[in-house]
Design a protein. Structure first.
Length: 309
């Protein structure tokens, strides 16, 4: 039987239009009536502990629910920045759509929600749950109408949704989040700047590896004078003469640095954004030095083994 996702820490980002609906969601998740979050720019950071699990919730600033025009630059910047306030990234993003007892679902509202979510890149839908925050007394017909209106968003996030009503059990929402993380195999949403950096480093490492292979083929052109039996013999014996230079050292350094940076950001996140940044630098340096030491020991061992042959 597969092991169900269970973590001592859970990171969530809540996004939606301006209004009291995100506060309703926050109070339910944090299980409190009086919110006392920490202000960080236009975002709010809330912390709680439930059932032995430490929860960090980032509330992004809301946008105009009726306008399909882009928000002011500072709102867009803060929406993009919100996912970096819980490094190395949130486990889940909750997109809040209000369901009002006296209002019909608005096409502009749904369009605005989709537009602002995609500021975070198309990858965001893989980690998103659409949350319908219902007013007291809202009927099933109104909820179904909102589901139909938000069909495109539901398709983007593979139908992941939750209806938050006054009598809803918040444990069911946490189950939805756990299912999402399990579906993503524990991967978190990496903010776009970090994602682009990782992609760039991966391409560089891949290019260096390909260049090294091409140089190797030019340095060792095929000997056309050899007989077929000699070539087969050389192919069989080739692994015995493997050179330590075949190790892709730059790629090892790159990946160890990336892993160190991610682990460092997690360790430093307890001290805020500054701590996370310091953790990234320290983690990258420590893991880089560890890679240098490991490769040095390997090469020395390899050379001593060759000398004894």
């Amino acid at each position: 039987m597969a092991t169900r996702f269970s973590a001592s820490k859970l990171r969530i980002v809540i996004l939606g239009n301006s209004g009291d609906d995100t506060n309703k969601v926050l109070k339910s998740i944090l299980n409190c009536e009086n919110l006392s979050g920490q202000k960080n720019g236009l975002c709010n950071i809330h912390k709680s502990e439930q059932a032995g699990r430490r929860i960090r919730v980032v509330e992004a600033p809301g946008w105009d629910r009726t306008s399909i025009q882009p928000s002011a630059e500072n709102i867009k910047e803060e929406v993009e920045r919100s996912v970096s306030l819980c490094p190395p990234g949130p486990h889940a993003l909750l997109l809040v759509i209000p369901v009002k007892i006296s209002e019909e679902p608005s096409t502009n509202e749904i369009t605005a929600a989709q537009t602002h979510m995609e500021l975070l890149s198309e990858r965001v839908w893989k980690h998103t749950i659409l949350l319908f925050a219902c007013d007291e007394g809202v009927g099933d017909c109104a909820i179904k109408a909102h589901f139909q209106k938000a069909k495109n968003i539901l398709d983007n996030c593979k139908g992941r949704s939750y209806v938050l009503e006054s009598h809803a059990k918040i444990s069911e929402l946490f189950t939805k989040i756990e299912d999402l993380v399990e579906e993503n195999r524990g991967e978190v949403f990496i903010p776009q700047p970090y994602y682009e950096l990782i992609q760039s480093k991966t391409r560089e490492a891949s290019g260096e590896s390909e260049l090294r292979q091409r140089r190797g083929s030019l340095d060792n052109p095929p000997n056309l004078s050899k007989t077929d039996s000699e070539e087969r013999k050389e192919t069989v014996e080739a692994p015995k003469h493997k050179n330590s230079e075949d190790i892709n050292i730059p790629q090892i350094y790159t990946w160890m640095g990336i892993v160190g940076a991610l682990l460092g950001s997690v360790a430093g996140a307890e001290h805020g954004v500054v701590g996370a940044c310091i953790g990234i630098v320290c983690g990258a340096i420590v893991f880089f030095l560890l890679a240098v030491l490991t490769i040095y020991i390997y090469i020395r061992f390899y050379q001593s083994t060759r000398n004894t042959q």
